[in-house]
Write a protein that binds this ligand. Structure first.
Ligand SMILES: Cc1cc2nc3c(=O)[nH]c(=O)nc-3n(C[C@H](O)[C@H](O)[C@H](O)COP(=O)(O)OP(=O)(O)OC[C@H]3O[C@@H](n4cnc5c(N)ncnc54)[C@H](O)[C@@H]3O)c2cc1C
Length: 494
């Protein structure tokens, strides 16, 4: 049995801890916040409850695997219900569409808006499912890809991966209606990217959601963090909350020897960093030449987008709305230019609203709704002053909703706003970026930081800023890969 220290109790940190402890190691997690979960967090205020971070959960088998691999049944810890419709879409021209997992129902929804696009949608799904078949083993479910791995893929399959053009270009080759194009393109934002820049390979994300569904755990999204914490503690993982790590300790031979927290050196045979890789290299590791070189590479990568979040208690019930709602802007391209090129939040944003009281009435007082409102925003780089502009930007978002016929202005009885700066402070994410480096390059999958440090022996990375990327299912997989690599290292070295 070896000892492993983990920096951070986000979903990836917990997933790595569960697997390593179940394999016979003694795992200790140090978390700077008062609670586990990282970006997955819940707020109770004024009689309402909100999930303040992730709200859309896909890829259920990833969670089933985590529990079954350590001899437990997921259902004993978490009950997931399918969300139907997956999302209700409101377009700028007043049209509306309910996204459905059932293919016939989804085709009927598309036909009501753009009958000529049904065939293109089916072709889109077919191509995206091929991408999933080909890239899954290389880019998602295994250790980080090497160009050599990708070269093993048969040539005819490589072409199908569609990495040379943007998501939008691929979508536009298949469907003509601006509304269906906008709907399919929005999945770039699931990894913090732009559909106009991210490679068409990422159309796989739409396919996963549209064909495998969206899930909501009873009790709210934070129930996932609670369940992971319960499982980890049952297995024997030690979790210290309110314990910021100030250093990952490395000896003269370049080997991780432990963690410093609360001014004390805690020795470990291996260390896993669940915190954002960039601040880990900048503030937790000794500034050796190799660490500094890695840091420069990380700093040169464009960050993914951040978010502007409003948690609203709304004194009204909107029968026309669903659990997940998207209110699209009229100029989607402009939004991404503003976010990624101009560094300002969109002046006419697409607005996402999750109202969990639609599924769990106790999340809001009787006759009211709990709105989680999210607008894509640039990672904080000083070009937009959130300290002074947040209140004004709230008005921009409310005016946008009003244009869609939803006037909340005199119905808000509780309000909490989270800007990219708040998201940075809460999770330690570099510049508040939600998903690490942006996916706006065809090389992202290869450039994403590896789960094993090349600079420090015995140091591993788990989380949304490393392979295979951000989002709750992906970081759960990241925890798995980091645990496997740490296990191999411990077997060899201890
Ligand atoms: C507003 C918002 C909406 C999102 N929507 C979705 C969605 O709908 N679906 C989806 O799948 N994903 C969504 N995401 C992304 C998802 O939440 C993240 O990809 C995921 O939670 C990241 O998990 P993680 O374990 O990698 O890191 P984190 O959750 O960032 O956890 C890292 C942990 O490390 C801790 N830490 C950092 N530094 C230190 C230190 N020095 N010492 C000790 N502890 C430290 C942090 O406090 C934190 O708890 C959203 C995120 C946000 C913020």
């Amino acid at each position: 049995m070896a000892t492993v220290g983990i920096v951070g109790a986000g979903v990836a940190g917990l997933a790595a801890a569960i697997r390593l402890q179940a394999s016979g190691h003694a795992v200790t997690i140090f978390e700077k916040n008062a609670q586990v979960g990282g970006k997955m967090y819940t707020l109770k205020k004024d009689g309402f409850r909100w999930d303040t971070g992730p709200s859309v959960i896909t890829m259920l088998p990833v969670f089933e695997d985590l529990f079954s691999e350590v001899g437990r049944n997921l259902e004993d810890y978490l009950i997931f219900d399918a969300v139907d419709p997956l999302t209700r879409y409101f377009f700028a021209n007043g049209q509306q569409l309910d996204a459905k997992q059932d293919l016939a129902e989804m085709c009927a929804q598309i036909a009501a808006i753009a009958p000529d696009d049904v065939a293109g949608y089916l072709e889109f799904l077919q191509r995206a499912s091929e991408i999933h078949r080909i890239t899954g083993p290389v880019f998602i479910y295994q250790q980080p890809p090497k160009v050599a791995d990708f070269l093993q893929v048969p040539f005819r399959d490589m072409l199908k991966v569609d990495s040379m053009r943007s998501m939008q270009a691929s979508i536009e080759s298949l469907v003509q209606s601006p509304e269906i194009r906008q709907l399919l393109g929005r999945f770039a934002t699931y990894v913090g990217g732009s559909p106009y820049a991210a490679p068409a390979t990422l159309n796989v994300i739409a396919n996963v959601e549209m064909t495998q569904g969206v899930w909501y755990p009873r009790g709210g999204i934070y129930a996932i963090a609670t369940a992971l914490e319960k499982l980890a503690r049952e297995l024997g993982v030690t979790i210290h909350c309110d314990s910021p790590v100030t250093a990952i300790d490395v000896n003269a031979a370049g080997q991780a020897t432990g963690i410093t927290a609360d001014g004390i050196h805690h020795p470990f045979a291996a260390v896993i960093a669940n915190a954002d890789v960039l601040p880990v290299h900048k503030t937790l590791l000794p500034q050796t030449p190799v660490v500094k070189r890695r840091l420069r590479k990380l700093e040169n990568q464009q960050p993914s987008c951040s978010g502007f979040v409003m948690l609203l208690g709304v004194q009204a019930e909107h029968a026309a709305l669903a659990h997940h709602n998207i209110f699209f802007s009229g100029d989607y391209k402009r939004e991404f230019v503003q976010i990624f090129d101009e560094g300002v939040p969109p002046t006419e944003p697409t607005v996402y609203a999750a109202i969990t009281s639609k599924s769990t009435p106790s999340d809001a007082p009787m006759g009211m709704e709990n709105w989680f409102v999210l607008v894509n925003a640039p990672a904080a780089d000083g070009r937009f002053d959130w300290e002074t502009e947040a209140a004004n930007y709230k008005s921009v978002v409310l005016e946008t909703l009003a244009k869609h016929g939803i006037d909340l202005s005199d119905k808000i009885v509780s309000e909490t706003i989270l800007t990219p700066l708040d998201l940075q402070a809460m999770s330690g994410a570099n510049r508040g970026a939600l998903y690490g480096a942006s996916a706006n390059s065809r090389w992202t999958a290869f450039q994403r930081p590896h789960n094993q440090s090349a600079e420090v022996a015995g140091l591993f990375f788990a989380g949304g800023t490393t392979h295979p990327g951000g989002g709750i299912p992906m970081v759960t997989l990241s925890g798995k890969v980091a645990a496997q690599l740490a296990q191999a290292y411990l077997t060899q070295n201890c």
